[in-house]
Design a protein around this ligand. Structure first.
Ligand code: KG4
Ligand code: ZN
Length: 342
């Protein structure tokens, strides 16, 4: 079964074709980062307009790379939420138009559930990195909008173990980088600077570790960094390059430690022995290395970076299982900015 996936929930325009929920035939992603970086973050109206401009060329490219004609697609899957409303609407309306004109099923996909499906995708021309990875598993979902711990029981069944209380992990990376004047998106910049800094330089807090739950909160940590820098800069002109690298490393270490201690707690609470780390922040080199060190007895899967950030292959992949259980949508499908994971 060939499924076309469409993803436009935030600032990546992506179309993909995935065969039988596993094999990626194409996964084209147009990032809007360059357009938003001047503003230090995603500008929703600009994102919608760029999706409108890019979506048809991206769709054509995805079909071309998969060597297929649109009529050969068996179903059309699209992210219907959560996300930015104007962005989501571009994808949902295109998916509806294709489904209607080809008389093919329309499959709505929840974005976080799709991130949690990324460990099962096989990249074109590459062998599967972990062919035995299976359900149930604990998912640490860390992106610009979410940091959650979710028990994935099957492609169709999820239980939220820990929620995003305020700033998500990626949001904290982006805001701290903006405050330090480093640019957007902050995650990759701080990740790279951290490699050259000393993580013991500043003892930033590990938020919520004393709380009796698996919820994640990063706004206090962001404030602690701001306060530390303001104190440090009293009477001096600017932070030195070395100070900036050390602050980046100390901040990143606090994020990683918090995420992984909460993950350890959630692993104990759920009793599962498999862990996947997904979402844009899962690209973080420090997080990837530390997770391997901390969980030697857990079957750990962190997808390759191209499948961690937003992409349509994860939408088309998960949709295969939704199709099997008849989870289709009518052509009146609307975007839902707060669509919960089931
Ligand atoms: O999953 P994603 O592409 O989009 C959302 O659904 O939010 O995640 C984007 C987030 C951004 O906040 C970005 O700064 C962060 O992922 N990110 C990283 C890294 N690469 C991307 N955070 C930390 N380290 C990285 N290497
Ligand atoms: Zn995402």
């Amino acid at each position: 079964m060939l499924i076309l996936g469409i993803e436009t929930s935030c600032d990546e325009t992506s179309c993909a074709v995935v065969e039988n929920g596993r094999r990626i035939l194409s996964n084209i992603i147009a990032s809007q980062v360059a357009s938003h970086s001047a503003y230090g973050g995603v500008v929703p109206e600009l994102a919608s307009r760029l999706h409108i401009r890019n979506i048809i060329p991206i769709l054509k490219q995805a079909l071309k790379e998969a060597n297929l004609h649109l009529s050969q697609i068996d179903a059309v899957a699209v992210t219907s939420g959560p996300g930015l409303v104007g962005s989501l609407l571009v994808g949902t309306e295109l998916a509806k138009a294709i489904a209607w004109s080809l008389e093919k099923p329309l499959v709505p996909v929840q974005h976080i559930a799709a991130h949690l499906y990324s460990p099962f995708l096989e990249e074109k021309g590459k062998p599967s990195t972990s062919p035995d990875f299976d359900y149930p598993f604990l998912g640490l979902v860390v992106s610009g909008g979410h940091s959650s711990l979710i028990l994935a029981q099957s492609p169709l069944s999820y239980k939220v173990i820990g929620r995003t209380l305020d700033d998500a992990a990626g949001e904290a990376f982006d805001k701290v980088a903006k405050f330090l004047g480093l640019g957007y998106p902050g995650g990759p910049i701080i990740d790279n600077l951290s490699r050259q800094g000393d993580a013991r330089y500043a003892a930033f807090p590990r938020p919520g570790l004393r709380d009796d739950n698996c919820d994640l909160s990063f706004s206090g940590l962001k404030t602690a960094v701001v306060r530390f820098v303001k104190d440090k800069m009293k009477g001096s002109v600017a932070l030195s390059e070395t100070d900036t690298k050390n602050i980046a490393a100390s901040f990143q270490a606090a994020v990683i430690d918090t995420l992984l201690q909460k993950t350890e707690r959630a692993l104990k609470e759920t009793g599962v022995s498999r862990l996947a780390i997904v979402g844009g922040v899962a690209c973080n080199k420090g997080l990837r290395e530390e997770a391997v060190k901390r969980f030697p007895h857990i079957a750990l899967h962190i997808p390759s970076p191209i499948l961690c950030t937003d992409n349509a292959a994860m939408i088309a992949g998960l949709a295969f299982h939704l199709v099997q259980s008849g989870r289709f949508a009518p052509l009146t499908l609307n975007a839902d900015v707060n669509l919960p994971i089931e």
